[in-house]
Design a protein around this ligand. Sequence first.
Ligand code: PLP
Length: 213
Amino acid sequence: MPEAPPDLAAGIALADSVAVDPHKWLYAPLEAGCTLVRDRQALIDAFAYRPPYYHLPEGQTNFYELGPQNSRGFRALKVWLALRQAGRSGYVRMIGDDCRLAAALHAHVSRHPELEAATLSLSIATFRYVPRDLRAAGPKAADYLNTHNETLLARLKLGGEVFVTNAVVDGRFLLRACIVNFRTTDADVAAIPEMVARAGRAVDAELRPGRND
Ligand SMILES: *Cc1c(COP(=O)(O)O)cnc(C)c1O
């Protein structure tokens, strides 16, 4: 399985702290945020307090000293259990699968006559609907395509078949598919282009009545 190209993560080595969301790409159930720090003492210096009525032994880990929360749920348990269950190799495979599926989606979209593929990075593919008669229209179709795809996105979100969000790249309003579920399959991503095109056609018919192919 392909791992992330090393240059995408190279800057992390320079960071003093890195925030990650285990409920994203570590597949933990909502919610679990996580900060990885180079110098644990910096957290203690910032957050620890020891009022006289706290009788806590020295020399053991008191998590309230490492962050702003005192009473807290045991969020780390679900993250730890998943790490134990899947292991490094499991995460390499699951994340690699997500990246591969995003690339497959991008390729499917590229082949679809009514869709225009845009960016592909990690497990995110962006694209938009472009009616056939506007494919070669250039800048004069720009505003219409933005309005169309914004309407299309709202329609897709309410439709219940596929959930994409949006991105704006160089002024183009794009649909953004981010695959972070280890249950997503090749069949799922293969089905997305036609779902989007079908909805896109319907939106076009409403926004430009009588102008469709
Ligand atoms: C996840 C995410 C958010 C929301 O962060 P949460 O910690 O899940 O609430 C906002 N923006 C982007 C780009 C994200 O990926």
